[in-house]
Ligand binder design. Structure first.
Ligand code: MG
Length: 162
């Protein structure tokens, strides 16, 4: 059975942290704050896959209060989501995503991000879509307070009983 899922995530900017998006460190004056590496793109993709499986969300598997996963790489989160999917006999057709940020420019890093995400999920980079837009200087993203990401996943699920 072919199923689709949606994911959304947002993290606020903070001083003194690296900016990690799609598993890639992007040079910028600020990074994103969070319990993990705060990779909003990977988190949105993880939730999209889990959603397609009809599974719990990322906060269930990686609770923000769990000190044992403080600073965890979000590529490791994607690897765990891949394991969850494999246990269900599911495989991913494709992922599409959009990063919403006023700055920095995302698309120069899209190829590296696709490679990193594909590697974590056991996919080909051509199965990963990454697009970017600004928020036309409106709202919290427009004020450069943070970065948001949304993703969809198309997944073939052999056992759709969760
Ligand atoms: Mg997150």
């Amino acid at each position: 059975m072919q199923r689709c899922g949606i994911g959304y995530d947002v993290h606020r900017f903070a001083e003194g942290r690296p900016l990690i998006l799609g598993g890639v460190e992007i040079p910028h004056v600020q990074g994103l704050d969070g319990h993990s590496d705060a990779d909003a793109l990977c988190h949105a993709i993880a939730d999209a896959i889990l959603g397609a499986l009809g599974d719990h969300d990322i906060g269930f598997y990686f609770p923000p209060g769990d000190e044992s996963i403080a600073g965890i790489s979000s590529l490791e989160i994607l690897r765990e989501v891949r394991r969850i999917a494999e246990r269900r006999g599911a495989w991913i057709h494709n992922i599409d995503s959009t990063v919403i940020a006023e700055a920095p420019k995302i698309m120069p890093h899209a190829a590296a991000m696709k490679a990193a995400i594909a590697g974590a999920l056991g996919l080909d980079p051509h199965q990963i879509g990454i697009k970017a837009t600004t928020n036309e200087m409106m709202g919290f993203i427009g004020r450069r307070e943070g970065i948001a990401a949304m993703a969809v996943a198309s997944v073939e699920v052999r056992d759709d009983r969760f």
